[in-house]
Design a protein around this ligand. Structure first.
Ligand code: DX5
Ligand code: ZN
Length: 222
């Protein structure tokens, strides 16, 4: 049975000066998404292992760390040690993804692999049986508040087909431009875990925004 759609607010879009309150605002979510940017893989700087420690100490929700960093093999295990439930690295910045997945599993974390919008699925198809989460970026990574790239819908569909043909357990996450306007088609295409930054944190009522996104996704889920 397909698990229910999950909404993971991205704390990149939270008011960092009031992080504890901002985490409490999204306590009804299904997980939390912590972005990490090194100013090399993407033209922005954010997060680090200590932020993951702070977040995991404050919440009982699963925390997925999205590492938009170069040299990901070297740093990803530190995020598992910091308490992340799943550590996601970009295939474009991961030299030995099979070895890294084993290492993350050994440390008790799940392994996720992310693709930039222009990276084809063929780059990861041999890996899918060994990872727990496939993250398809639906914006160019680096910033919150960008528009959903519609051209990613067929890629999500192909990923879902691959996952079901192979009978795999891994979930398909999308990240970027997820709103009440875009989530239905993404859910129809086959995404199951939705990162939502500005759609949640810019809402006056964050719990209502989360519930609405979850309902829209559920109504269009496979
Ligand atoms: C962008 C980050 C996203 C970002 C999403 O590179 O990976 O997680 O916070 O923000 P929205 O939902 O506003 O596009
Ligand atoms: Zn992200």
């Amino acid at each position: 049975m397909t698990p229910a759609p999950a909404i993971h607010p991205s704390i990149l879009n939270a008011d960092q000066a009031h992080l504890a309150d901002e985490l409490d605002r999204v306590a009804d979510a299904d997980g939390l998404h912590v972005d990490v940017m090194d100013n090399h893989f993407v033209p922005n700087h954010f997060g680090g292992p200590s932020l993951v420690e702070t977040v995991t100490a404050h919440t009982d929700l699963p925390v997925d760390a999205h590492l938009m960093i170069e040299n990901a093999d070297r740093w990803a295990p530190t995020y598992a040690e910091a308490g992340a439930t799943i550590v996601t690295t970009h295939i474009e910045a991961t030299a030995a993804p099979f070895r890294l997945a084993d290492e993350l599993h050994r440390l008790g974390a799940g392994a996720g692999i992310a693709l930039r919008p222009t990276t084809p699925l063929s780059a990861v198809e041999h890996l899918l049986g060994r990872i727990d989460l496939l993250l398809l970026m639906t914006v160019e990574p680096g910033f919150g508040g960008q528009s959903f790239i519609e051209a990613m819908l067929p890629k999500i569909e192909r990923a879902r087909r691959l996952v079901s043909e192979e009978g795999l357990e891994l979930r398909i996450q999308i990240d970027g431009g997820v709103t009440a306007r875009t989530i239905e088609r993404a859910a129809e295409a086959g995404a199951g875990v939705f990162v939502a930054g500005s759609a949640v944190y810019r809402a006056d009522d964050a719990p209502a925004a989360i519930a609405r996104l979850r309902d829209l996704a559920a109504a269009h889920a496979h």
